[in-house]
Structures are given as C-alpha cells and as structure tokens.
Design a protein around this ligand. Sequence first.
Ligand code: C5P
Length: 202
Amino acid sequence: MSFTVAIDGPAAAGKGTISKAVAAHFGFAHLDTGLLYRATGRRVLAGEDPVAAARDLQPDDLQRDDLRTADVAQAASRVAAIVEVRSALVDFQISFARRAGGAVLDGRDIGTVICPDAEVKLFVTASDEVRAERRYLELSAKNADVTRAQVLADVRERDARDAARDAAPMVAAQDALVLDTSDLSIDAAVARAIAAVEAGSP
Ligand code: C5P
C-alpha cells in the first residue's frame, strides 16, 4: 500500500532534515526532488540544453558531490521555471511517491502538483534571516567563501523566482499544515512533523 508525505517550502527551511527524519522514523523511502533540478542545472552549467539534460538525467547525476553549491542552486532554480524541464521529471516523482511501503518527497510543488492526493502535506518555512543563517553555517562548514549578506540575497532571489514562476510555483497547498521552524530546534520540528504524519495515518 502506498502512503505519501509531501513536504514543500522555501530554501533552507529544514525540509531536508525533517524529511529524512520522518522517512527514517516510519521506514519510508525519501526523495529530495531538489536534487533532480540541481542535477539538471549542473549539466546546464556544463553547457547542455536544459530540456535535453532533464530528459537524459541518469542515476549517477544525482550522486555527484558538487550539487550543493550556490551556483548550482541558482542554475536549478532557473531550469525549474521551464515547463518542459518539469514535465521531463514528473513521471519519476509520481512513481516514487506511489511506491509500496510509503514515501516522503520534499520540494516546492509536491503537495500541489506532483501528489495533490498525498495523505499528509507539510509546508515547512522559517524567516528569511533564520534560513540564510542556517545555509551560511552549512556552507561555511564546507569552507565555501561566502558572506552572510550574499547567502541572504541568494536565498531571497531563489525564493522569489520559485514563487513567481508560472510553472508549478512554490506555494503551500490549501490543505497543507504550515510548520514555521524559525524558533524550533531540529528535534522539536521533527516531532511536530512526525505527529502530523501520525494524525494523517489511517
Ligand atoms: O530544494 P533545493 O534547494 O535543493 O532545490 C533547488 C531548486 O530546485 C529550487 O530553488 C527550485 O527552483 C527547484 N525545485 C523545484 N521543484 C521541486 C524541488 C526543487 O522547482 N519540487
């Protein structure tokens, strides 16, 4: 039997951490759908056409260790506004969501477009400043040469593009539970997400 947990929200809101913890707790599979767009964006930075890159995406593309950079994040957000790129990635996400045994997918349009019938929908968010600080600490830990101001500008630019695009814009589904993690510890945020999934279970 399938059971889908859709987790959407803006950049660096904690979706990834929460999704992994929820998946581990319930024994569900997890798909970080941002990786599909990052892998496509990275191939575009290497000179490929966006639509051809999305149609030809291979499992190895998702395993690369250079997908978490600021350049790739921006490239991902640009290719993600192209309808044909999104269409090329839809079927994989839908089959993943409906696999037997349960699945957690995190992204921007999971509860609205990919799985409008998901059993549980969360929209995880936090203030711009908190999200930028978290991303800054993450990047600094990897020795990336960035300033707090750059990271804040980057996060805001990406969110604005993701929310304003015509194709599957980032927006909370009407039936999503909004989880603001600005003042929550990781453990507290994960506990709330797990409670939401338990409440949505048959
Ligand atoms: O989640 P992450 O920050 O890795 O996503 C990178 C970019 O991929 C986002 O800024 C967004 O433009 C795009 N994306 C999307 N739809 C998804 C997941 C990610 O448009 N479901």
